[in-house]
Write a protein that binds this ligand. Structure first.
Ligand SMILES: Nc1ncnc2c1ncn2[C@@H]1O[C@H](COP(=O)(O)OP(=O)(O)OP(=O)(O)O)[C@@H](O)[C@H]1O
Ligand SMILES: CC(C)(CO)[C@@H](O)C(=O)[O-]
Ligand code: BAL
Length: 333
């Protein structure tokens, strides 16, 4: 495996050589990145080239964010990339990426870039799309891999290549998690042990929403099959092994108005976990919990049925983390 710094060193330019798959990263590689690299390898025919880009893009960081302290670990990254099956790391310089300094012309993410990450990090997605466009020009891949952990990012990249006719297929890779559920992230290395315990609330909130929906669906199926109903709603969810049921049984018992499989139900389950984590030491400082339409990243109404993305962002100490999961909201029963 080679580390190169210019597009010329990548070999045949602009699609003339064997097909390429690119994995754009900011380095500090972990198993999540490795999954992207393995997925890239699996897509290519023999002789194809897997390129991992490593570039900490100043344009997508706001003032006061962690650009300066972001981990830069190129030699260790090379070992992870090679073990996962990459052929080359492309680590461009600032001078190559931004030859005239801060670019006067840049891409605009538009309305899908405004909520959630876009609201907390103004300009982040314009900077991200601008660098991704440049990396795609420089590497000329057939495929480009992006993690579902950054759900709004991959949705925006898909729109960019569709709206601007980029000749590349965007491939989304499922989120890799630690055994206890924490989504792998380069920023996890900022966490001490106590902060890491608090940070677990992000994934636990998402799982609580998912479990609530599946417990409610099972409950409705049971009723539809004519089997005896449980004593009350809380008892029913507990019997169906919903993780949170015992902790918020009272709230559930009172929540008779909550429709089976509804957005409100999912939001309530997640908020129970996040509220509890706000009282931990150190506390979880919630930025947002959102249940959004995957096509717009706008909040879905309580009447929404079908696919939705539940996304969460929070700070623990000085570290800001994000996570998300896909949920299917049921029709009213
Ligand atoms: N746990 C994960 N599973 C799968 N893909 C991931 C995971 N974490 C990051 N990725 C993907 O790897 C690519 C590069 O991400 P990046 O280098 O920013 O790493 P990161 O771990 O997300 O870091 P950060 O801490 O900055 O969020 C992105 O497409 C991202 O979605
Ligand atoms: C896609 C990306 C490499 C662009 O800088 C970055 O946003 C990331 O690491 O997700
Ligand atoms: N993982 C997305 C890149 C960023 O946080 O800037």
């Amino acid at each position: 495996m080679r580390i190169v710094h210019t597009p010329q060193e990548l070999g045949e330019p602009y699609g003339a050589g064997p097909p390429r798959a690119v994995v754009p990263t900011m380095g500090a590689l972990h198993e999540g990145h490795a999954a992207n690299i393995r997925a890239a390898r699996a897509l290519l025919p023999p002789g194809g080239q897997v390129i991992v880009t490593v570039y900490v893009n100043p344009l997508q960081f706001g003032a006061g964010e962690d650009f300066d302290r972001y981990p830069r670990t190129l030699q260790a990254d090379a070992r992870v990339a090679e073990a996962a099956g990459a052929d080359v790391i492309f680590a461009p310089s600032d001078a190559l990426m931004y030859p005239s300094g801060e670019p006067l012309v840049r891409l605009s993410a538009g309305p899908m870039g405004e909520p959630l990450e876009g609201a907390t990090r103004p300009g982040h997605f314009d900077g991200m799309l601008t660098v991704v466009a440049k990396l795609l020009h420089l590497t000329a891949p057939r495929y480009a891999m992006f993690g579902e952990k950054d759900a709004q990012q991959v949705a925006l990249v898909r729109r960019m290549v569709a709206d601007l006719n980029f000749p590349v297929e965007i491939v989304a890779v499922p989120t890799v998690r630690e055994e206890d559920g924490l989504a792998l992230s380069s920023r996890n290395r900022y966490l001490n042990a106590a902060e890491r315990r608090t940070a677990l609330a992000l994934s636990r909130a998402l799982f609580a929403a998912r479990d609530r929906l599946s417990a409610e669906a099972a409950l409705a199926d049971r009723a539809a099959a004519g089997r005896a109903p449980f004593g009350d709603r809380a008892q029913a969810l507990a019997a169906l092994h919903e993780e949170r049921a015992s902790a918020d049984a009272a709230a559930l018992a009172a929540a008779t108005a909550v429709r089976t499989g509804s957005a409100a139900s999912a939001r309530a389950a997640a908020h129970t976990v996040l509220t509890e984590a706000a009282g931990l030491n150190p506390p979880l400082d919630l930025d947002y919990l959102a249940l959004v339409d995957p096509a717009t990243f706008r909040e879905v109404p309580d009447t929404h049925t079908g696919e939705a993305i539940m996304a969460v962002a929070a700070k623990v100490g000085t570290t800001r983390l994000i996570d998300n999961t896909r949920l299917t909201l049921g029709a009213p029963r």
